[in-house]
Design a protein around this ligand. Structure first.
Ligand SMILES: [Zn+2]
Ligand SMILES: [Zn+2]
Ligand SMILES: [Zn+2]
Length: 137
C-alpha cells in the first residue's frame, strides 16, 4: 500500500522509506522523530525528516501536531484502522484508542444529523481527547 501511494506520486519506496514504515508499524503508537531514530538508528535525521514529509504528502504518513514540543508521526489511518488519540497535556504522550463499532456508528449518526442542516456531507471524523496520562496524573 505504501509503495503504491508513493508510486502514484512518482516517488520510489526506498530502503529508508521502508524502514520508516516498518518502524511506525512496529510501535503501534505515534512517535516523535527522535523516538523514530532510536527505533531505526541507521537513518540520518535529515533524510528521515525529508522522507516523512514526502510520505505525509503521499498519504502514507500522518503528522500529529498538538502543541507538543515535537510532532508525532504514525501511518495514515486508512493504512491501519480508524482510531482516536489520548493526548497528555503535561508530557505530550499520545496513545491510540479505538471505540467499539456501535459507538462509532452513533457518533457518525450524530455528526450526520449536525451536518444535515448546513448541507454539509460528512465523510469521516477525527476526535482527540486531552488530559493527563497515568505517569503524569
Ligand atoms: Zn503525561
Ligand atoms: Zn493514532
Ligand atoms: Zn471515531
Amino acid at each position: 500500500m505504501a509503495r503504491e501511494r508513493l508510486m502514484e506520486r512518482d516517488q520510489r519506496y526506498t530502503t529508508g522509506r521502508r524502514r520508516i514504515v516498518e518502524a511506525l508499524t512496529s510501535t503501534g503508537a505515534p512517535v516523535t522523530l527522535p523516538a523514530l531514530l532510536q527505533l531505526a538508528p541507521e537513518l540520518s535525521q535529515s533524510s528521515a525528516y525529508r522522507n516523512l514529509a514526502i510520505m505525509e504528502e503521499a498519504g502514507v504518513v500522518r503528522r500529529l501536531v498538538h502543541g507538543a514540543e515535537h510532532a508525532h508521526y504514525e501511518l495514515a489511518e486508512d493504512l491501519t484502522e480508524h482510531h482516536h488519540h489520548l493526548i497528555c497535556e503535561d508530557c505530550g504522550l499520545i496513545t491510540d484508542v479505538t471505540l467499539d463499532a456501535s459507538l462509532e456508528r452513533s457518533l457518525d449518526r450524530a455528526f450526520e444529523g449536525l451536518a444535515d442542516e448546513s448541507g454539509f456531507s460528512p465523510r469521516h471524523h477525527a476526535i482527540d481527547i486531552f488530559g493527563r496520562c497515568a505517569s503524569c496524573a
